[in-house]
Each structure stands twice: as structure tokens, then as C-alpha cells.
Design a protein around this ligand. Structure first.
Ligand SMILES: Cc1cc2nc3c(=O)[nH]c(=O)nc-3n(C[C@H](O)[C@H](O)[C@H](O)COP(=O)(O)O)c2cc1C
Length: 306
């Protein structure tokens, strides 16, 4: 029997390979999520969904810079009641784990939204406590240990599926916040969300994004992601989903060596296309075999042991 060296089990979920879709890119409809699964993704994270529908910000919401994208979408989403139908449809049609990203303006909203997502079929929830550009939620929660603790523990009491907590790099000590999340019941940490950033049009002198400030993603943030994952791995014992700046299999390997049990991909889909869900797992597999390992699990956090 040929062993599948890419299979991983993270927080009780089995993934056929460790390359997942990140929240916010192609994650808003069942059809796009199914396309990503069919392209080869090991798992799917949806767009962040709230209790009620939200329009998001006016355009422009995304701007390309030399080293990535800056976005301030403003969390547009149809609300969990409408989105539940998309969750059911994905679960009917594909077998890969479906993680529903949720956000809220209070611990109660997070818990209610998470509960409805699980009721519709989510295999896990990812708490977005790290969005850098919407007031009253996201980073404002994830940067405050008391609020973070309250949100995670409330969701933990309400659902029996795994909880991933997605952290922001826009903090002084990300490992400390990871520890707070784990103590409150997080089953895994996702790191990182985007880095607060801005672009100004030098012709008009005005900021380009309607919201002025947004979040930087793509290759520019990969070294920040590697550092954050490395620090979190040293501090907590739960698995880490690494995210930030992965364009190819070499980038994915780097995040895994820093401590990620699996990785998530966002901007690379816009820069390249869905091919990344075939080429990145394939590149990881070749690397594993060439180095004489039997499984990707053997290299998780390896850089800490060398
Ligand atoms: C257009 C866009 C929308 C995003 N929306 C979300 C979101 O709804 N929830 C979330 O947790 N992260 C969101 N993110 C952040 C990504 O999931 C990811 O953490 C970040 O982009 C870094 O990974 P990347 O460099 O591979 O894109 C978004 C990113 C982009 C570029």
C-alpha cells in the first residue's frame, strides 16, 4: 500500500492534504467553495459570516501593491441564516472538511452564529477575531485578552465542534494572545490575518481604499507569518493553521517548518489561479519524499528542533 504522505489530522479533522482555502477568497457561495474542493484543496474555510447580513464598504475595496494586495472589504456577507443553505449544499456535494469563519460584535453574537453554522453542517468554526478594518469586531476583540477570552469560552460552551481562533499580527505579542485563546478553549490557532496597511494615490493625494486603511496580504507578509507561527508554536500545544503570503510549495514548507500543521491560501488564488491547490500539495509531497520523510507530519515545527 502506498502511504499518502500528505494526509493530516488537525484538531480531530482529517484532511487529504494540508493545503486549505483561507477565509474571504471564493468562500461566499457553495458553487465557488465546491470549485476549490474540486481543484484539490484539502479543506475549505468560508468567508467570514455574521449573525445578520452586511453590505461591506463601497468600492474601491481592494488595491494591488508591488508585493501583494491591500483589502478593506468590510466583511460583506449574507448573514448566517441565508448562508446556512450554502453550507448544506457544500456538505451534500464534497467530502473535504468545511470550516465556517464567523465574526460578531459580542461574545453572544459569535456564539449564536457559530451554533447556527454547526447546525447547518460546519465541521469546525474559525473565529475571526482579527479583521483589521471593521469597527467593533475583528482585531478589536483579538487584541484584547479579556474580550478574546470571553468570546472563545462562550463559543466553546455552545458548540461541540472544533474551534479555530484566527489571530492578528497587528499586536505586540501574538503568542500571548494564542495562549489566552487556548486557555479559553481554542482547539487550534490560525495565523495570520492581514497586516494593517494603506496606499495613497500620488496624483490626487488621497488614500485609494474607500475605508482608507486596509489589510495587506500576499508575499510581503510571509516573513511576518513565519515569525508569528514560530512564536506561537513555542508557546502553545494546539495545532496551528499557517496563513500569509504563500505563493508556492516552498512558501508552504517554510510555514510548516515554523510550526504549521496545515496551511491556508488566499491571495495566491488571485495572483495565480486554482491550480495552486494542485501544484502546492504536489510540491510538498516531492519535498517530503526527497528529504526521506514518510509524512508531512514529521516536518511540522522541525525548525525548532534543529
Ligand atoms: C480579499 C480578501 C478578503 C478577506 N476576507 C477575510 C475574511 O472574511 N475573514 C478572514 O478571517 N480573513 C479574510 N482575509 C484574510 C485571509 O484569509 C488571509 O488571512 C490573508 O489574506 C493572508 O493570507 P494570503 O497572503 O495567503 O492571502 C481576506 C483576505 C483578502 C485578500
Amino acid at each position: 500500500m502506498v502511504l499518502n504522505c500528505l494526509e493530516v489530522e488537525v484538531a480531530g479533522l482529517k484532511f487529504r492534504n494540508p493545503v486549505l482555502l483561507a477565509a474571504g477568497i471564493l468562500g461566499m457561495t457553495a458553487e465557488s467553495l465546491i470549485r476549490v474542493a474540486e481543484a484539490g484543496a484539502g479543506g475549505l474555510v468560508t468567508k467570514s459570516i455574521g449573525l445578520k447580513p452586511r453590505k461591506g464598504y463601497p468600492n474601491p475595496t481592494v488595491v494591488q501593491v508591488s508585493c501583494g494586495l491591500i483589502n478593506a472589504m468590510g466583511l460583506p456577507n449574507p448573514g448566517i441564516k441565508t448562508f446556512s443553505e450554502e453550507i448544506r449544499e457544500v456538505k451534500r456535494r464534497v467530502k473535504v472538511p468545511l470550516i465556517v469563519s464567523v465574526y460578531g460584535y459580542s461574545a453572544e453574537e459569535f456564539a449564536e452564529t457559530a451554533e447556527l453554522a454547526v447546525k447547518a453542517g460546519a465541521d469546525a468554526v474559525e473565529l475571526n477575531v482579527s479583521c483589521p478594518h471593521v469597527e467593533g469586531t475583528g482585531g478589536e476583540i483579538g487584541q484584547n485578552p479579556e474580550l478574546l477570552k470571553e468570546v472563545v469560552s462562550k463559543v466553546k460552551r455552545r458548540i461541540s465542534k472544533p474551534i479555530f481562533v484566527k489571530l492578528s499580527p497587528n499586536v505586540t505579542d501574538i503568542a500571548q494572545l494564542a495562549e489566552t485563546a487556548v486557555k479559553a478553549g481554542a482547539d487550534a490557532i490560525t495565523a495570520i490575518n492581514t497586516v494593517r496597511a494603506m496606499k495613497i494615490d500620488i496624483k490626487t493625494g488621497r488614500p485609494i481604499l474607500a475605508n482608507r486603511i486596509g489589510g495587506l496580504s500576499g508575499p510581503a507578509i510571509k516573513p511576518i507569518a513565519v515569525r508569528c507561527i514560530y512564536e506561537i508554536y513555542e508557546r502553545v500545544r494546539v495545532p496551528i493553521f499557517g496563513c500569509g503570503g504563500i505563493l508556492n510549495w516552498r512558501d508552504a514548507i517554510e510555514l510548516i517548518l515554523a510550526g504549521a500543521s496545515a496551511v491556508q491560501i488566499g491571495t495566491a488564488i488571485a495572483v495565480k489561479d486554482l491550480e495552486v491547490f494542485r501544484t502546492i500539495p504536489k510540491g510538498i509531497e516531492k519535498y517530503i519524499r526527497r528529504k526521506g520523510f514518510r509524512s508531512v507530519k514529521e516536518i511540522v515545527g522541525l525548525s525548532h528542533r534543529l
